[in-house]
Design a protein around this ligand. Structure first.
Ligand code: FAQ
Length: 310
């Protein structure tokens, strides 16, 4: 009966073992995971666009091939994550429809424009850096397929972060104009990157339950703080500053204090009113619609050959 199943589920969590697709799980657990994993998958796929905008304008063949590889990796991450969502009973095409119809979210960060090539480096350094900070603990998430997908994704994200940092290092060794481009990109991306971690803990409706279920391992504010602490020394090495006059090391806590985030901006961007929301979604919708014939043809082909011996 349900009480016994719940007891077994709780015991699995208490022992820090993984819940697997065929195990019984509470409906709320399944729903929360589908929500988070689908949002994460959508973020990877929509996240191809800001950097993808620089594929044709990257300044050399080497930079172009590195960027192409990175953007393809994001597509791969989206695919592993949609597969993980499918093990929970979700349907991939249905998830895409929900994204396009704005019934499911994707990360706020991908609604900002990439105005200069330095943005590519800053996305690698800061946005992938934040993604790593958030996702390394998810390798221990209680749901097996999600945790395992995260292991590979995190390895690739660390490569992405290094390519971004290396690109910025190269630009910082260049001309004054290049250094100014890097600083300008840092100024524009810093605050939106901090918003990636989600609302402050006291306004995060999902954190407590997700932590009790072992889906999340840290709160939004804990991870945001960890990211700030990590990033300040990296900025010093690079020779850039963050646009926050309140940023200061606090010897008492051993952490950096930082200024207030503009949560009104966060709400606007999550609510669809960010600078690039309409463009990001229109492109995703067009990709779905324009390529529907491929899915149809592949499905028809598979049907025709059903039961055929290879
Ligand atoms: N943007 O109660 P909480 C990447 C929503 S990295 C938009 O705190 P939760 C790599 C939240 O969904 C980016 N919405 O929620 C890459 C919820 O709404 P709902 C993707 C946000 O789930 C790099 C509501 O606000 N990473 O793609 C955001 O406990 C470069 C209340 O929030 C992940 O998805 C936001 N920033 O915590 C790709 C990581 N923050 O669903 C290309 C996995 C919050 O109730 C290029 N996800 N919301 O309607 C997580 O760790 C969590 O889901 C959080 C949010 C921390 C994002």
């Amino acid at each position: 009966d349900e009480a016994a199943l719940l007891e077994q589920f709780d015991a699995t969590l208490a022992a820090d073992h993984r819940i697997e697709p065929r195990d019984w799980m509470p409906e709320g657990y399944r729903k929360t995971l589908i929500r988070q994993v689908a949002q994460h998958a959508h973020s990877e796929i929509i996240g191809m666009q800001p950097e993808g905008d620089w594929l044709l304008a990257a300044p050399s063949l080497r930079r172009k091939s590195v960027l192409l590889a990175k953007v393809q990796d994001e597509a791969g991450h989206g695919m592993y994550l949609y597969s993980a969502a499918e093990t929970l009973g979700a349907d991939r095409a249905d998830l895409t429809d929900k994204l396009v119809e704005q019934k499911q979210k994707y990360s706020s960060i991908f609604n900002y424009p990439t105005l200069s090539y330095a943005d590519v480096g800053v996305i690698g350094w800061l946005v992938d850096g934040a993604a790593i900070c958030n996702q390394v603990p998810l390798c221990r998430s209680s749901y097996g397929p999600y945790a395992r997908a995260m292991i590979r994704i995190c390895k690739e994200e660390s490569f992405h972060q290094r390519q971004g940092y290396e690109l910025l290092m190269t630009m910082m060794r260049g001309t004054d104009e290049q250094r100014a481009m890097v600083q300008d990109a840092v100024d524009r991306w810093w605050w939106p990157t901090l918003m990636m971690f989600g609302p402050p803990d006291e306004h995060s409706p999902n954190t407590a339950q997700s932590m009790a279920w072992g889906i999340k391992r840290h709160t939004n504010d804990e991870l945001r703080q960890k990211f700030v602490d990590m990033s300040v020394p990296q900025a010093e090495v690079l020779g850039v500053t963050f646009p926050d006059p309140e940023l200061e090391f606090d010897p008492e806590t051993g952490h950096y204090r930082f200024g207030k985030l503009d949560w009104e901006e966060f709400k606007r961007v999550v609510g669809g009113q960010g600078p690039m929301n309409a463009i990001r979604l229109a492109r995703r919708r067009a990709a779905r619609d324009d390529n529907a014939w491929v899915t149809e043809a592949a499905t028809a082909y598979a049907r025709k050959h059903e039961g055929a011996v290879a």
